[in-house]
Ligand binder design. Structure first.
Ligand SMILES: Cc1cc2nc3c(=O)[nH]c(=O)nc-3n(C[C@H](O)[C@H](O)[C@H](O)COP(=O)(O)O)c2cc1C
Length: 355
């Protein structure tokens, strides 16, 4: 196996980014990060694309490539089919489903922030029966692995839904959303290691499919929860879900979100997500899926080098819906830049010693 070379990124030292009056980068919101950051890989201009093995293995799950789309940011893929070649994706995570249909939270449910968005959707969905009957057959015919995201109010609901997804045709894996900040109950499994381990183990026992645990960053120690998910037998660990946040309309002296508190996503949370992936990678050997503010191939590579075997693109799908295709196009050249012939070779290749 070829050894990955150290990543010498062309950092523009001493070049301060211009800040506006609120201390935010003027151009930060919703620009592709290749233009926002000094860390930039050359676009894949070479006509002879290198032969790079993009396949990745997450426990019992093998995916064709590491570029997945995150739950809640891609609908049930119908909205995206005219924009994205869905069959090229490494995996699609449809909106989280619950046992019963949920109307979600009262408006407002989303607010734009200087570098991302706040949402408090509240798991608005049609329930798992409708999902299995109506959405899953459509998704399964798209040609990409479908990873079904589920959230229960209780452990019993999680287990029951895991079994239902395992029994239905068309799913490649189950992601346990134990991290939604916008509903009560379900998130308890993501902040308590004992509950997390038991839940993952119970879902694994009830379902023939690989099980992925999706963690919240809103904990004291992400490493502890990752260890619990590993002890429960998770095939992979996704991290992170949104960070808790809030927006205020001071003139009306009211919170903007109907649910008062919501989840922050997008470029603002990328450093938090990278830190979580790095800390989890130090704590467990279970494969990790990085999520949080990823918007370019450079972002993807940062997560892979920090320890993620795959990534999910989330909020970026709202403002750059074809980004997954651009990232897939650019990924082989980025891997080759590190002197590697496959994604797996560069996972966790971060060098900590200065030289
Ligand atoms: C509008 C919206 C809805 C979301 N809904 C879900 C959901 O149903 N299930 C889930 O696991 N995560 C959900 N998420 C979280 C994303 O999957 C992702 O973990 C998070 O947004 C961080 O990634 P990002 O910064 O790339 O968006 C949602 C995020 C947004 C912005």
């Amino acid at each position: 196996m070829a050894r990955a070379r150290r990543f010498h990124a062309p950092v523009a030292h001493g070049k301060a980014r211009r800040l506006d009056s609120q201390g935010c980068c003027r151009h930060a919101p919703f620009e592709p990060s290749a233009t926002r950051y000094p860390l930039s890989l050359a676009p894949p201009t070479s006509p002879a694309a290198p032969e790079i093995d993009l396949r990745i293995t997450l426990g019992r799950l093998t995916l064709p490539n590491p570029i997945l789309v995150a739950s809640g940011t891609f609908g049930y893929a119908r909205e995206m089919e005219r924009l994205v070649d869905l069959s090229r994706l490494g995996g699609i995570l449809p909106k989280t489903v619950t046992r019963e249909a949920r109307p979600g939270n009262a408006p407002w449910r989303t607010v734009e922030t200087p570098s991302g968005m706040l949402n408090s959707i509240g798991l608005d969905n049609d329930g798992i029966d409708a999902f299995v009957e109506h959405h899953l057959p459509y998704l399964a015919a798209r040609g990409a692995p479908i990873i079904v995201s589920i959230a229960g109010r209780t452990a019993e609901e999680f287990v029951e839904m895991s079994a239902m997804v395992g029994d239905a045709a068309g799913a490649a894996a189950v992601e346990l959303n134990i991290s939604c900040p916008n509903v009560s109950h379900g998130v308890d499994f993501g902040v308590n290691g004992v509950l997390c381990e038991k839940l993952v183990a119970a879902c694994r026992a009830a379902c023939r499919l690989p099980i992925i645990a999706k963690l919240t960053p809103n904990v004291t120690s992400i490493a502890e929860i990752a260890k619990a998910a590993e002890a429960g037998g998770a095939d992979a660990i996704s991290l992170i879900n949104t960070c808790q946040g809030m927006a205020v309309d001071w003139r009306r002296q009211r919170p903007i979100l109907g649910n008062v508190i919501g989840g922050l996503s997008g470029p603002a949370i990328k450093p938090i997500a990278l830190r979580c992936v790095y800390q989890a990678a130090q704590a467990v050997t279970t494969p990790l899926i990085g999520i949080g503010g990823i918007a370019s191939v450079d972002d993807v590579m940062e997560f892979i080098v920090a320890g993620a075997s795959a990534v999910q693109l989330g909020t970026v799908n709202f403002y750059n819906p074809t980004v997954s295709m651009a990232v897939l196009d650019a990924l082989p050249a980025a891997i080759a830049t590190l002197g590697a012939t496959g994604v797996a070779e560069v996972v966790g290749s971060l060098q900590l010693k200065r030289n």
